[in-house]
Structure formats: C-alpha cells, structure tokens
Design a protein around this ligand. Sequence first.
Ligand SMILES: NC(=O)c1ccc[n+]([C@@H]2O[C@H](COP(=O)([O-])OP(=O)(O)OC[C@H]3O[C@@H](n4cnc5c(N)ncnc54)[C@H](OP(=O)(O)O)[C@@H]3O)[C@@H](O)[C@H]2O)c1
Length: 245
Amino acid sequence: MLNEPKTILLTGGTEGIGLALFKQLHRLGHSLIVVARNQERLLSLQSTYTRVSTHRCDLSSRVELESLCNKISLNHPDLSIIINNAGIQYTPTFLDDDFLFDSIEHETRVNFLAPAWLSCLLLPTLIENKKTTAIINISSGLIFAPKTNSAIYCATKAAIHSFSQSLRYQLEQTNIQVIEAIMPLVDTAMTAGRGAGKISPESAAQQIINGINQKSAEIYVGKTRFLPALMRILPSLVKRIMRHY
Ligand SMILES: NC(=O)c1ccc[n+]([C@@H]2O[C@H](COP(=O)([O-])OP(=O)(O)OC[C@H]3O[C@@H](n4cnc5c(N)ncnc54)[C@H](OP(=O)(O)O)[C@@H]3O)[C@@H](O)[C@H]2O)c1
C-alpha cells in the first residue's frame, strides 16, 4: 500500500507518534495532510517540508471537523489513507479532586467520535479514489485489559477496537482496508513522567509502517504482540499487570 506515493491524512501529526509517522511517511515520498490544534507546530511543518498541507482543527468540535472534511474532499480527491492518530489521556480517577466532569465528553470526542466522524464523512472520497485505500486507527494494549485510572481513555480505545472490527466487515467488499495499530507504552508527551520500558515514537512509527506493508489488519506494536495469547492462557495475570499501567 505504501509502495507508491499516496496522499495521507494524519491527525495529531505534530507530536509524539504522529510526528514520527509524519517524518517516516514523508521520507517515503508520500504527501501529508496534517491536522492538529497548535498553529505554531503546524506552521513549522508547513515551512520545513514540501508535500504537506496543514489544517488547524480541534477534532473535539463536530463543526470544525465537518468543515475540515468538506475542505479535504474538495481539495484532496486523491486522498488514499486516513490515520486516526490524535488522542488525549486524562489520568485522574473519578474520586480525585482534579477530576473534571467535562473531561468525560472531551476525551470521548477526541479519541472515539472524531475517528468515527472522519471515517464516515471521508468514506465517499476514499471510495471514489478507486485505488486501494485505508483507514488506520491507533488503539492501545489497554483494549485487552484496562488500567485503574484513565477509565474513559481505556473505554474509548476499547471502542476504537470494536469499531475497527465492525467497519472492516462493513467495508470488505470495497477498496477500503480498515487497519488497527495496537500500541504499547511509547515515550511521548502523553506518557511523560510515568511508565517504564517505553519504546521510542520512531520505533512505534516504523512498526506501524511495517505492519501496513505486510497487509496486517491488526498491527501489534512492541510487547502488545504477546497480549492475545496471554489473555487466553493467563487472563488474571494480564489484568493484574495492566490495572497498574
Ligand atoms: N504514548 C503512548 O504510550 C500510547 C500508548 C497507546 C496508544 N497511544 C495512542 O497513540 C496516539 C498518539 O499518542 P501520542 O502519545 O503520540 O500523543 P501526543 O504526543 O500527546 O500527541 C497527540 C497529538 O494529538 C493532537 N491532538 C490532541 N488533541 C487534539 C484535538 N482536540 N484536535 C486535534 N488534534 C489533537 C496533538 O496536537 P495539538 O495538541 O496541537 O492538538 C498532538 O499532535 C493516541 O491515539 C494515543 O491514544 C499512545
């Protein structure tokens, strides 16, 4: 799929795993449409690289997202791949003083609704493209067993996993592949100051790209490849480990 130049929509391509994906995909000759909120970071990509168009959009806003999709379908009919990478994680538990009621909706909008909205609104553009196209969703090893804090985050990633499977069934007679990349702990702003044994964003991005090239429907990055078997053999051990992640 990545062996010839493609136009790729990448959400959250300004930082962390998204930025590493951006750099590696760009090096492979692809054109990228990058979406995020921070205008400075977007402008920096725009001024440093060719074959890049950047769009400032808060993906938690349905109005902004709809306007973004209108622009993309109009200006990028060659869109081939959507990578739903942008994500946020709030760590307070429901009992903590700093838990914000509004965070429940915000986290759900960014992590789950935005990928579903983007997939739905850009589906006609991908189908019109006629070539092999793909929707790639970034999930987490936490889909197998959630951790104690970040309850909404874990639920949104489990929802992305379920959504990716159903959408794959729905689109199996079309030119669109639905791919899910299941991530381990990666050393980014999201995990700053916590967690051990993190892999680099560059290694995470490389493994995602390898998985796409190998036509995997589910790409298990790093240690997550052990999780399906471990969940069958030792589910209580996995749950015990994951609850403290
Ligand atoms: N890091 C890990 O250990 C890990 C593990 C499992 C899964 N993942 C998943 O991997 C993906 C990338 O994570 P990361 O660690 O690379 O995160 P990150 O370093 O915090 O970067 C997040 C990116 O998403 C963008 N973003 C956040 N909120 C947005 C919004 N409302 N609208 C538009 N863009 C928004 C950010 O740009 P702006 O702030 O400019 O908007 C930034 O580019 C996420 O889906 C995450 O859940 C990460």
